[in-house]
Write a protein that binds this ligand. Structure first.
Ligand code: NI
Length: 257
């Protein structure tokens, strides 16, 4: 069964049918989902979803574009929250200069602080990086974050950059973008990298694969991503599912059930 390593089921896009959709997942081949915090509020929502559904795990953290809300009191709250059962990572954290808000110095400060938090609580990281390739890599190296393990989510950089992260032991999160016609760079990365380092993700409600591009995404669309990986790597789709689920369980340090 498929493991969705990155979803945002607390998003208002799911307000109309969240319960029904989540309860349908396991019957449709989705084994587990990690709901990813992107702000203090969505980290709180993640804790609630995790408590409610046995197959939902959580990452808590503050997305770079939301870091203006952070202060040391909230860092303390995050640290407490990270000790909850079923919290499997700190994230999503990182740098986003596409949405250049707040200013880079603020984003960098809270990226470093949240890396330190991951170290304190002993959890892997979920990294969001957009239009900030150099600064992200510099900080990850300076902080020795390779030791923490985790994933570069929605990987969107070059093959050279992919090699840097693979060398440090990171997984790369692969989702709907792989099915886009213009995803040439990403297809090169997937062709190059070992299947043992790919984890599947939706980033839902965003980034639906073709043929649903532009529509609301959910874990139910992951078979289209599996198919794309299968074609690029010349490996049967059952093997893509088996290996990526094993990868996800290793990355999030869950029993290899
Ligand atoms: Ni996300």
């Amino acid at each position: 069964m498929i493991f969705d390593t990155h979803a945002h089921y607390d998003d208002e896009a799911f307000d109309g049918d969240r319960e029904e959709l989540l309860l349908s997942l396991r019957d449709q081949g989705i084994e587990a989902v990690v709901n990813i915090g992107a702000s203090i509020q969505s980290s709180k929502n993640t804790l609630e979803l995790m408590a409610r559904y046995p197959f939902v795990y959580g990452a808590i953290g503050v997305h770079p574009n939301e870091t203006a809300e952070l202060d040391e009191n909230w860092m303390e709250w995050l640290k407490q929250a990270a000790s909850a059962e079923k919290v499997v990572a700190i994230g999503e954290i990182g740098l986003d200069y596409y949405w250049n808000e707040p200013e880079p110095e603020v984003q960098k400060h809270w990226f470093v602080r949240q890396l330190q938090l991951a170290r304190e609580v002993g959890l892997p990281i979920v990294v969001h990086s957009r239009d900030a390739a150099k600064d992200t890599l510099d900080i990850i190296k300076a902080e020795g974050a390779g030791e923490l393990g985790g994933v570069i989510h929605c990987f969107s950089y070059s093959l050279e950059m992919a090699k840097e992260y693979l060398d440090m032991g990171f997984y790369l999160g692969i989702g709907g973008v792989l099915t886009f016609q213009n995803a040439k760079k990403l297809k090169e990365v997937v062709a190059y990298m070992p299947l043992e380092r790919i984890v599947l993700e939706t980033d839902c409600p965003y980034l639906s694969p073709v043929p649903f591009r532009g529509k609301r995404n959910s874990s139910l669309n992951l078979p289209y991503v599996v198919e794309a990986v299968s074609q690029i790597k010349g490996v049967p789709s059952e093997e893509v599912i088996r290996q990526t689920t094993l990868n996800a369980r290793r990355m999030y340090r869950l029993a290899e059930g």
